[in-house]
Design a protein around this ligand. Structure first.
Ligand code: NDP
Ligand code: 2IT
Length: 444
């Protein structure tokens, strides 16, 4: 059995009931086969892959909090500190009822390679809780966040581990988490990113993941002789990533005709109204059923269905495994030319393989959504030098990072004879820096 197959088999055996983690490990290690084959003896001797796929530390804790009626609830909190090979652990906190250790591990594992691809000195980590912020009052969310931080604060710090937002964790939650950290530790430091602009947040961090997704998609299309202007785009999700992906796609001259949430989806033939979406989701925290009140000509459908709408570019921006093989076949039949992941691992392994086999351009999330964490790292830089950069300065750096990232993964794919396979390109390019740091630092 090859070294890669042995490690995959062992990870699946030793970590049962973690299918998303297995999926992420399989994808990365399969891409790394040519690199591992060329170094099999030394990697095997140094258990390099075992060290890569086992988190440095996994923290699991109880989070008791009190609702508005005085009832106490108990949720589970997690922080997986996966790899500090190239910098302090960095990655978001997901608050969603589906959260479990396997999901946090898949996200933390992906984050190692994503963070490496940004070119910035950040290691990989992820955390979160099965707490559901939906339908909770601000006071209840605050109660949860304070309790969560009272434990998490023991393990994080501006030079050790710097959490940020993810599903269910936005500006409100980061504010409460920051306030509690500051109170407990007596430190006003850049321990979290995605902070409010009045207390150390970076301009353009809110927009960064969605904008970055469009910058890299534009660069890939340009490299393949295509232009984004005039294209029809479908987007799933209606949260932070989706909203700013739609905004930037419109600015670049594309027409975005869909968005969705966990209950349904919208088709707006004239193009999604971003201002309406922001008001519904960011301000009022409502369901997408409200959208029709702003745009009577639009359609609202219950359930899933975004990928049935004909488009040239598809941008999944909601959650993992939301674009299935069946969806991929429909998209291909409808003439899609590019799929770029705004979410983390939104395309199933079978769907990814199908799209690539059809010659459809495919950008994996660890490359195409890296603009969020890259801008988090720019926020850390600003916090360290106690300065504040302009929107234009941060946005220009984000754009440069995404353009460089595209060429870096394109080059890695070409070096290994995988021209145009950006999954392999991203995994190999992300790994190269991490493995170099791991070897240099010895067996730790
Ligand atoms: P938000 O919480 O702001 O939005 C998430 C969106 O996805 C909502 O519309 C939500 O609908 C929908 N959604 C979430 N879970 C499900 C589900 N199980 N089924 C159907 N729809 C679902 O999160 P973000 O926009 O920040 O994150 C979206 C994706 O992007 C995630 O995969 C995240 O890991 C990834 N990402 C985020 C970054 C960031 O900077 N925020 C950076 C890089 C990646 P509803 O409101 O109904 O739940
Ligand atoms: O998945 C991700 O890259 C994020 N949720 C952002 C992490 C960060 O530290 O900004």
């Amino acid at each position: 059995m090859s070294y890669v197959d042995e490690v995959i088999e062992r990870i699946e055996r030793e970590n049962p009931s973690e299918p998303e983690f297995h999926q992420a490990v399989r994808e990365v290690l399969n891409s790394l086969r040519p690199v591992v084959d060329a170094n099999e003896e030394s990697y095997r001797r140094d258990a390099l892959l075992e060290r890569l796929v086992n988190p440095e530390r996994q923290i699991k804790f109880r989070v008791p909090w009190i609702d508005d009626k005085g009832q106490v609830h108990v949720n589970t909190g997690y922080r997986v500190q996966f790899s500090s090979a190239i910098g302090p652990y960095k990655g978001g906190l997901r608050l969603h009822p589906s959260v479990n250790l396997g999901i946090i591990k898949f996200l933390g594992f992906e984050q190692i390679f994503k963070n490496s691809l940004t070119g910035l000195p950040i290691g990989g980590g992820k955390g979160g809780s099965d707490f559901d912020p939906k339908g909770k009052s601000d006071r209840e969310v605050m109660s949860f966040c304070q309790s969560f931080m009272s434990e998490l604060c023991k393990y994080i710090g501006s030079d050790t581990d710097i959490p940020a937002g993810d599903i269910g964790t936005g500006a409100r939650e980061i504010g409460y988490l920051f306030g509690e950290y500051k109170k407990l530790r007596g430190l006003f430091t850049g321990v979290l990113t995605g902070k409010g602009l009045s207390f150390g947040g970076s301009l353009a961090r809110t927009e960064a993941t969605g904008y970055g997704l469009l910058y890299i998609t534009e660069e890939m299309l340009k490299d393949h002789g295509q232009d984004i202007a005039g294209k029809t785009v479908t987007v799933s999700g209606s949260g932070n990533v989706a909203i700013y992906a739609i905004e930037k796609a419109r600015q670049l001259g594309a027409k975005v005709v869909t968005c969705s949430d966990s209950t349904g989806w919208v088709y707006d033939p004239d193009g999604i109204d971003v201002a309406a979406l922001k008001e519904i989701k960011e301000k009022n925290r409502q369901r997408l059923t409200e959208y029709k009140k702003y745009r009577p000509q639009s359609e609202y459908h219950e359930g899933r269905g975004v990928w049935t709408v004909p488009c040239e570019i598809a941008l999944p921006c909601a959650t993992q495994n939301e674009l299935t093989l069946e969806d991929a076949k429909t998209l291909a039949a409808n003439g899609v030319i590019a799929v770029a992941e705004g979410a983390n691992m939104p395309t199933t392994a079978e769907a990814t393989a199908y799209l690539q086999a059809q010659g459809i351009l495919f950008l994996p999330g660890k490359a195409s959504n890296a603009g969020g964490v890259a801008t988090s790292a720019l926020e850390m830089s600003q916090n360290s030098e106690r300065l504040h950069w302009s929107f234009e300065q941060v946005d220009a750096q984000l754009k440069d990072i995404m353009i460089d990232l595209y060429h870096h993964i394109d080059d890695a794919a070409k070096r290994y004879g995988k021209d145009g396979n950006y999954v392999d390109g991203a995994n190999i390019a992300g790994f190269e820096k991490v493995v170099d740091a791991m070897i240099s630092q010895g067996i730790v």
